[in-house]
Write a protein that binds this ligand. Structure first.
Ligand SMILES: O=C(O)[C@H](O)COP(=O)(O)O
Length: 321
């Protein structure tokens, strides 16, 4: 059986799949050529990340497809129900990247409270005498310790973020209509652990109480944070979005950054991806990354291995012929 890993797959995934007798093709096929390539090469399994879309058109055009695999969490680039209705198995790897995304959330938080994104751009070149001026400009940093982090969404990534926040000495609050309460267990290097019980609260109260807010929601049809929600927040709040672009109204965010209502934003995802708006890209109060929450060697290694195991297991159960 042939597998097209169109957005790449880790070496560990390739090794496991090849060991099981699959041929893994990692050529990047342009979106409009995917159906043609799949049919021409008798591809049975297509593996994607967020870049390649597996929509109805591809599913209809490729009757030989048996499995669509998403190396990652969000399935918004795949017409999941339609694929299933055609007898195609759709799999993803929801647990593999939580720690990596949570660490990126903190990279943005630390960046925001110490202005790293701005100071990196402005450090004086040779002969420039403005070092002291910059020292003054970035003199009002904040500590995360002791501050309140509000998490919108308490799934796996929300929980991993909560653990790190608790480890740093932050107070964690959250809002998630699907998870009314959650015990967060933080384990330390010496084997000891603590467990903290959290209870979901309304988004409104979370907006009012949080010093920093991080989003952990799937793709949305409507904004979770817009003008009205921003108004409810504390003055000088910091906001991080490593979830999905549509969760924040970027026009309202830029306005709130300009007015000083929001101190900084850390964005890994954008309303118009892969070409974020220039007002976002040029904003000195936004720390930017190009949708790299899951882009660590460790996460991709786990993702590749998990995809391989799932594919092999589906076949061994004779679910896919
Ligand atoms: O949903 C996910 O898993 C993340 O958004 C990562 O997407 P990526 O695999 O395209 O990096």
């Amino acid at each position: 059986m042939k597998i097209l890993a169109n957005d790449g797959i880790s070496k560990s995934g390739i090794v496991a799949l090849e060991k099981a007798g699959f041929e893994v093709i990692t050529t990047k096929v342009a979106q409009e050529q995917v159906a043609n390539f799949v049919n021409k090469n008798n591809i049975s399994v297509i593996l994607v990340r967020s870049a390649t879309k597996v929509r109805k058109d591809i599913i209809d055009a490729c009757p030989g497809l048996k499995i669509v695999g998403r190396g990652g969490v969000g399935m918004d680039n795949i017409d999941v129900e339609y694929a299933k209705s055609k007898g195609i198995h759709v799999i993803n790897t929801p647990a593999s990247s939580s720690e990596s995304v949570a660490e990126l959330v903190f990279a943005h938080l630390f960046t925001g409270v110490r202005f790293l994104h701005d100071s990196n751009r402005n450090m004086p070149l040779e002969g420039d005498t403005n070092f002291d001026g910059l020292k003054k400009a970035y003199a009002n940093g904040l500590e995360l310790r002791g501050k309140t982090l509000g998490l919108i969404g308490m799934g796996r990534i929300g929980q991993a973020t909560a653990k790190m926040a608790i480890g740093l000495g932050m107070k964690v609050i959250y809002s998630d209509t699907h998870i009314p309460k959650k015990d967060i267990k933080v384990s330390f290097f010496d084997g000891q652990s603590i467990s903290i019980s959290l209870v979901s609260q309304t988004q409104e109260s979370l907006f009012q109480e949080s010093d920093f807010i991080s989003l952990h929601v799937p793709a949305q049809d409507t904004h979770v944070i817009g003008e009205k929600e921003l108004e409810m927040m504390k003055d000088g709040v910091g906001i991080v979005n490593c979830a999905r672009g549509g969760a924040i109204d970027e026009v309202a965010l830029v306005k709130a950054l300009d007015s000083g209502k929001v101190l900084f934003a850390g964005l890994d995802v954008y309303e118009s991806e892969p070409n974020p708006e220039i007002t976002i890209l040029m904003n000195p109060k936004i720390s930017l990354t190009p949708h790299i929450g899951a882009a660590t060697e460790e996460a991709q290694d786990r993702i590749g291995t998990e995809l391989a195991h799932q594919i092999i297991s589906l076949l061994s159960k004779s679910l896919v012929i």
